[in-house]
Ligand binder design. Sequence first.
Ligand SMILES: *Cc1c(COP(=O)(O)O)cnc(C)c1O
Length: 396
Amino acid sequence: MKLKIDTMPTEEGFFGNYGGQYIDENLKNEFKKIADKFLELKDDKSFNDELNYLLKHYVGRPSAMYFAKNLSQKYGAEIYLKREDLNHTGAHKINHSLGEALLAKRMGKTKIIAETGAGQHGVATATAAALMGLECDIYMGEIDIQKEKPNVDKMRILGANVVCVKEGSRTLKEAVDAAFRAYINEYETAIYAIGSVVGPHPFPMIVEHFQSVIGKEAREQFLEMTNSLPDYLVACVGGGSNSIGIFNGFLEDGEVKIFGVEPLGKSEKIGENAASLTYGKDGIIHGFKCKLLQDENGDIAQAYSIASGLDYPGVGPKHCYLQQIGRAEYVTISDKEALDAFFELSKMEGIIPALESSHAVAYGLKLAQKNPNKRILINLSGRGDKDVEFVLSHKN
Ligand SMILES: *Cc1c(COP(=O)(O)O)cnc(C)c1O
């Protein structure tokens, strides 16, 4: 059953009603240049040769497709994992960070500016910048800097300049605001490298393109291993980059049911989760329109999840569109369920997942229990080294 799904946004950057470009007039011209250069390079042979060389020899792609035999026996369905946790730097983020850095070079920029929350996007960006000889400023909230010391140390070792943001709640949202303010003054020599399929057009389109390598590989690998497509495809959704990356490989395969897993955190109450597609209303954050967590006054609400890579109050516009047209279903998993899945995968298969990815694993295991003999593909977006200390200190 072949479906036809638009993969590209409109020229103004809309996926259905979502996305767009709600930004300072000064930046519109520059963003058009970035969009045009990207559209030219994405089909350019020398650009793709360079990117593919790095994906293979530096990142270690293709990432493995693994049949989780022990979990499959226990839960009764066939469970497969796409192993983005095996990538250099430990997660899928390096896929788009390298792409963005290469784009920066081709545009003649000398610096990358980025924000980071937990530090994962900061480390991936600092890595790409080190490799390509670009300067790198990473904006990070003061609270996050204290909480995420190992990642801050890594960014500094890699040569990045970590800029401490002391406004507001001193976390991710303010870091994005500060990074954008800095960028407005430096756009002639710098490029902004966003951490997910969010932000104003053209960033969602660019990040989605570089992450789509996951789904492209996964479809081929799955067909080769099983001679079929998965019945269910599952990935966690923060901003939505690892999920859209794997979903894109299967969007037109109508027989594949697609699930995006949002963090339910502690409860359904606004402020205690980060499930934007489940509990959000249409709104604008960081220059684009999406499902957005808002309080009773319509102000942007605090987002919370045990997995700091998932606690963003908005979500990528393409996901809002896929939800609207019914091509993907968005479900939730609580902190507690994610923690249980973290230990289950570690103990059953010897793979310690990131807490973000544990949300996808938890939902995949639920599907397996209810649907014996089906084939389930879970995107394992990253590894759990960064979470070990936190998980042990919260296991009472
Ligand atoms: C950052 C991160 C996520 C969430 O980001 P998406 O853009 O939704 O993919 C998920 N998993 C890991 C391991 C991460 O580092």
